[in-house]
Write a protein that binds this ligand. Structure first.
Ligand SMILES: [Zn+2]
Ligand SMILES: [Zn+2]
Length: 576
C-alpha cells in the first residue's frame, strides 16, 4: 500500500511543522562542539550535512556543504533553515525527473519487446504498456505530493526516524523516510503477513542502493528492517520451525543484497513448552542462520513479556547469548523497544529507573549488543504486559522517558525508530484543499483504506506521516534540553494532557484485570491460567468493538503461536 497519508498530508503539514528555532540549533551545535575530537561524530556530521547538499542539486554535481555545517554560527542558522526548505523543494524536483526518466525507459523497453514477439504474446505486452503508463501517472502525482514535510536535521548523533512504508518496492522506503525528515528508518522487506513472497527484484535492489547513496543513508547503519510477525524461530513443531527458519534466512539474505546490516525481529514464543527449551531452539536457529550468512546482524527486539513470549526480561537475552558460539556474538544485536520494556515492568521514566535499566542491560547483555531502539510511548501502564504503542509524550512513559533516551550517550549512532500510531481521521489531513488529483488519490487510497479502528464517530482513518515528522522534530529538540526548565515542562504538560483520557481508560482496564486476577487466584484456579483467559477476553471485547480487520487476518494466518498476538504490536498502521 502506498503511503497514502504521506501524500495527503503534505500541504497542511508544512505549515504546522516549523523549522527548529535558532536556539534549538544553537544548543545542538554547542553540544557538538563539546567533543570536537571524536572522529566518529565529526564524520557523521559531515555525512548528514552532505545529504541536504545532494538534494539541493538537480544535476549530478554535488554541492559540498560539509564544512559549512561545521563552521556554522548561530547567525547563519536562519539561512540554513531556508536552505533546508529549498533543499526539500529541490528534492521533489529531482524525484520528478527521476520518475519521468524511468517511466520513459520502461515504455520504450516494452514497445521494442512488442516488435519481437509473436502475435500470441502481443496482447499481454500491450497490457503491460498500458499498465506502465498508468503507473507513470500515479508516480507524477506522487512526485507532486512528495515535497518533504520537513528537512532532515543535519549533524545529529541521535538518528531518529520511523518505520515507513515500502509498498511497491523496497526503494520507496527511502523517499518515505526522506519525506518525514528521518535520519534512520525501518521497513518491511516483504509482506509481513504472508509466507510466500516473490524474490527481491534486481532492479528494486539496485534502485534501493542507489537511492540510499544519493540521499546519504548508510544502509549498514541507518536502516533497520522489521521481520515478519509470522516467524517464530523458537517454534517447537519441526515443519513450522523449518518454514519460519526459511523465511528468516530469506530476509537475512535480502538484507545482505541491499547492503543492510541490521535486521530486527521478535524473539518468538515458547507456546506451551518450557521457556528454557524455547530459548535453546531460538539459539540453535540463530546460530545456523548466522553461519549461513556473512555480514547481517540479527537484532532481537525486547518484548512486553505477555504470555509465553520470549524477551520480556533482559535475562532471557543473556541466556540466549550463552547458547550461541562466542565467535558469532559480534553478529547478535538487541533492540530496546521502549513501550515493550516498560510494559514488561522496567521503569524507563525516572532518571534513576532508567539508569538502573541501562545498568542491567550492561551487566546481563553488554552494551556492545545494543544496536537499535524502537521509540514508542505506551498506552498501557508499566507492568501491564500489553503491547499498545502511544504517541510520544501522551502515554504512561511520558516525555520524561524520551528525554532520558535522547540524552543517553550510549544511544548515539544507533537507529531509533518510531512505531507510533499515525492513523488519523481523514478530514484532518487536509485533502480537500488539494485540487486536481482526486482521481489519482482515490486510486491510490481507495480500496485498501480499511480503518484500523473505529474512529470514535464514523470517519475513515488514514495514515498521516506528518505525525512522525513532528515526533522526530520533538525528539530531536529534547537533546540538551533542561528537563527542569520551563520549555520542557510546558511540552511535557501539553502532551500529557493530550493523552489523559486514553491513559485513564487504560488504567481502569488494567485495574479491572488485576482485580479479576486476584479473584481467580482466590478461587484457587491458578493465576497463570486465569491471566491468559482474561487477556483473551479483553482482546475479544476489543474485536467486538471493531478492532482491525488486518489483525484478525494476521491471526488466522499465523499458526505458529498459540499465544494471542496481543494488541497492536510494532506496526503502527496498515501496510501492504
Ligand atoms: Zn517489533
Ligand atoms: Zn517495536
Amino acid at each position: 500500500m502506498p503511503p497514502r497519508g504521506a501524500r495527503k498530508a503534505a500541504p497542511s503539514a508544512v505549515a504546522v511543522s516549523p523549522p527548529h528555532s535558532p536556539e534549538d540549533q544553537k544548543r545542538k551545535l554547542v553540544d557538538e562542539d563539546r567533543e570536537p575530537t571524536s572522529p566518529l561524530r565529526r564524520s557523521k556530521r559531515v555525512k548528514s550535512a552532505g545529504a541536504s547538499a545532494a538534494s539541493l542539486s538537480t544535476t549530478p554535481i554535488e554541492v559540498e556543504t560539509g564544512s559549512q555545517a561545521k563552521t556554522a554560527s548561530p547567525g547563519t542558522l536562519k539561512h540554513k533553515a531556508r536552505q533546508g526548505k529549498a533543499a526539500a523543494a529541490a528534492a521533489a524536483v529531482a524525484i520528478k525527473q527521476e520518475v519521468e526518466e524511468e517511466v520513459e525507459t520502461t515504455v520504450t523497453g516494452k514497445a521494442s519487446t512488442k516488435d519481437n514477439v509473436n502475435s500470441v504474446k502481443e496482447e499481454e505486452v500491450e497490457e503491460k504498456v498500458s499498465k506502465t503508463v498508468k503507473v507513470s501517472r500515479q508516480q507524477k502525482t506522487k512526485e507532486a505530493e512528495m515535497v518533504p514535510l520537513r528537512a532532515r536535521t543535519q549533524g545529529l548523533r541521535m538518528l531518529v526516524g520511523a518505520h515507513v512504508s515500502a509498498a511497491k518496492g523496497v526503494f520507496n522506503s527511502v523517499n518515505n523516510s526522506l519525506h518525514i525528515g528521518g535520519n534512520a528508518f525501518a521497513l518491511f522487506l516483504k509482506s509481513q503477513r504472508k509466507w510466500d513472497n516473490p524474490p527481491l527484484q534486481d532492479d528494486h535492489r539496485d534502485q534501493f542502493r542507489a537511492m540510499c547513496k544519493e540521499h546519504k543513508y548508510d544502509a549498514a547503519k541507518h536502516i533497520l528492517p522489521h521481520g515478519s510477525y509470522l516467524v517464530n524461530l523458537a517454534q517447537e513443531d519441526k515443519a513450522k520451525a523449518k518454514q519460519a527458519y526459511d523465511a528468516f534466512l530469506d530476509d537475512l539474505r535480502r538484507c545482505e543484497a541491499l547492503g543492510i546490516q541490521l535486521y530486527n525481529f521478535h524473539p518468538g514464543s515458547a507456546n506451551s513448552t518450557p521457556h528454557a527449551s524455547a530459548i535453546t531452539r531460538l539459539a540453535s536457529a540463530l546460530t545456523s542462520a548466522l553461519r549461513a550468512t556473512t555480514t547481517v546482524i540479527p537484532v532481537l527486539e525486547t518484548m512486553c513479556g505477555h504470555g509465553s513470549t520470549i524477551g520480556g526480561s533482559l535475562s532471557e537475552f543473556r541466556d540466549l547469548l550463552a547458547q550461541i558460539p562466542a565467535d558469532l556474538h559480534p553478529r547478535i544485536g538487541i533492540c530496546i523497544d521502549t513501550c515493550h520494556s516498560f510494559a514488561a515492568g522496567y521503569d524507563l521514566v525516572t532518571p534513576t529507573g532508567f539508569a538502573a535499566f541501562m545498568q542491567e542491560f550492561e551487566e546481563l547483555i553488554g552494551i556492545q549488543h545494543l544496536r537499535a531502539l524502537h521509540l514508542n510511548d505506551s498506552k498501557a501502564p508499566r507492568g501491564s504486559k500489553r503491547d499498545l504503542h502511544a504517541n510520544i509524550g501522551t502515554g504512561f512513559l511520558g516525555l520524561r522517558a524520551f528525554h532520558n533516551v535522547m540524552n543517553e550517550k550510549r544511544f548515539e549512532g544507533v537507529p531509533m525508530i518510531l512505531e507510533t500510531p499515525i492513523d488519523r481521521p481523514e478530514a484532518k489531513t487536509g485533502t480537500k484543499d488539494e485540487g486536481g488529483d482526486d482521481g489519482e488519490a482515490g486510486q491510490a487510497k481507495g480500496k485498501k483504506k480499511a480503518p484500523k479502528k473505529p474512529a470514535g464517530a464514523a470517519g475513515k482513518l488514514v495514515a498521516d506521516p506528518s505525525v512522525w515528522a513532528k515526533e522526530i522534530e520533538l525528539l530531536e529538540s529534547l537533546i540538551g534540553m533542561d528537563p527542569e526548565g520551563a520549555e520542557f515542562r510546558a511540552l511535557e504538560a501539553r502532551l500529557a494532557d493530550e493523552g489523559k483520557e486514553m491513559r485513564e481508560k487504560q488504567m481502569e482496564q488494567y485495574m479491572r484485570k488485576l482485580e479479576a486476577d486476584e479473584k481467580k487466584a482466590a478461587k484457587g484456579s491458578g493465576v497463570k491460567k486465569g491471566q491468559k483467559t482474561l487477556m483473551e477476553m479483553m482482546n475479544g471485547a476489543e474485536k467486538k468493538k471493531g478492532k482491525t480487520v488486518k489483525k484478525k487476518k494476521k491471526k488466522d494466518e499465523s499458526d505458529d503461536d498459540d499465544d494471542d498476538d496481543d494488541d497492536e504490536g510494532c506496526q503502527s498502521h496498515s501496510e501492504d
